[in-house]
Design a protein around this ligand. Sequence first.
Ligand SMILES: [Zn+2]
Length: 64
Amino acid sequence: MNQKIAQHRHCRSCGKAFVGDDKYCSEDCEKGNEETMRKKKRQLLTLYVISVIIMIGALVLSVL
Ligand SMILES: [Zn+2]
């Protein structure tokens, strides 16, 4: 009786409920989410590089 509810999933991108085995409700959501993840990864990498540069700068300053 509750089979439909038990089998439905929520889209990882928009959160909409849908029936299927995919992580996303549509191709658009999949593409959109991938792009967002890529942007987030790049942001994280930039932040990491900046913090490393600051750390090296602080180290150099403390040695001098
Ligand atoms: Zn979606």
